[in-house]
Design a protein around this ligand. Structure first.
Ligand code: ZN
Length: 99
């Protein structure tokens, strides 16, 4: 089976090691092996996003995958925000002033 290397996307979450200045990109589910991997993301003064992009997969040294920042699961926040916006809209659209 031929692997399409360029389509491999590894979603990573930024973690910082407590008590240190080291940041890590944590891939929770590797697209190759399904396990988690860690990639150095630099120190606190570095921009961790500069470390994103094509990196070698730790489990398969001949393969690179695209290290990408994982979208945060914020469904509840989004819902709450929408509710708030609706509330604000109602407040703004009151007809009290007209009567
Ligand atoms: Zn892997």
């Amino acid at each position: 089976m031929a692997r399409r290397k360029r389509d491999l996307v590894a979603f990573a979450m930024l973690r910082s090691l407590p008590g240190s200045r080291v940041q890590l990109w944590v891939v929770e589910a590797c697209p190759l092996c399904g396990r988690s991997h860690f990639h150095p993301a630099g120190g606190r003064d570095d921009d961790p996003r500069e470390r994103l992009g094509s990196v070698k997969a730790p489990c398969e040294p001949d393969v690179t995958y695209e290290l990408t920042q994982a979208p945060r699961p914020r469904k509840e926040d989004r819902r709450a925000k929408r509710r708030q916006e609706r509330r604000d809209g109602r407040r703004g659209g009151r007809e009290d002033d007209e009567w």
